[in-house]
Ligand binder design. Sequence first.
Ligand SMILES: [Zn+2]
Ligand SMILES: [Zn+2]
Length: 342
Amino acid sequence: MKASVFYDVGDFRYEELPVPKINDDEVLIKMRACGLCGTDVHKAVAKTVKTPIVLGHEVSGDIVEVGKNVIDFKVGDRIFVAHHVPCFTCHYCLHGHHTLCRQFKATNIDPGGFSEYIRIPALNVKHSMHKIPEDMTYEEAAMAEPVACCLHGQKYVNIMPEDTVLIMGAGQIGIIHGQLAKAKGAGKVFISDISDFRLQKALEFGMDFAINITKEDLAEKVEELTGGLGVDVVIIAAGISTLLPQAIKIARRGGSIIVFSPFDKNPLVNIDSSRFFEDEISIVGTYSSTPFEYIEALKIIHDKKIKAGEMITHTFELKDLGKAIELASNPNEKYLKVMIQI
Ligand SMILES: [Zn+2]
Ligand SMILES: [Zn+2]
């Protein structure tokens, strides 16, 4: 079978790998669509992972082989599958932090999403694999993973009807967050970015106001838009640590901030710590998604509560994954969501 293997920055190789063998509790799928996640791009550009490796985790496909103990799925089923599974019993899991579970990151699909065939281990078959409705495309189903991550993040704050929400970063994640906030009844969603293309896209997906921070002062604009109140919720959906002090400045008294991006470059920032006590500001960090959110994400996409498939601006063949990464790592490129197909 073929897979696109990541060797080094700028070095992806379309190689022949053996088709994975499954045991009695596992499933083999043929990949039909795999979304390119911001974290894949981050891994490929910053080389934060051991290589060679097959990346990709936003997967949908067809079941081509099932182990004899698997009862819920059969050959021919169209499925969505996520890569990590928590143990549900450790200290983290029992405190509701399933994505911090030690088992979580130790589990994965084999060899990865950017591969022609993929072995789905028993834990994933049990907890993170779902049939996709007949009228849902493979590409829409593959969007369930990033949507689930945003659902997971928004569980940490209470977005109430008529709230104003500011999304910092109008990439794929920012626009999913904005659509979910709208679906929850948020009154106004503002979105900020440096790219007019992405901001225009955000408006097309229902955001109420787009702010290009290279042309306008974000804090001033938000003050004007909220009559001096500040926003109820800020969601940081761009991996730039200096957005945090800005978010703290912009949140209203009692407001919440969700940090939804890695701040691994220059993580030390100066914040106005006086806003916590008397102003009751809260900040939460959130990472990945859990089995609880996949069914919810599939349903939200299927019910058209958000537009997911419409976010796909580019589709590449598996052999061209390197080109897809090149496109997605260029901040000046006009793209939103990149999908890889076989
Ligand atoms: Zn992802
Ligand atoms: Zn656990």
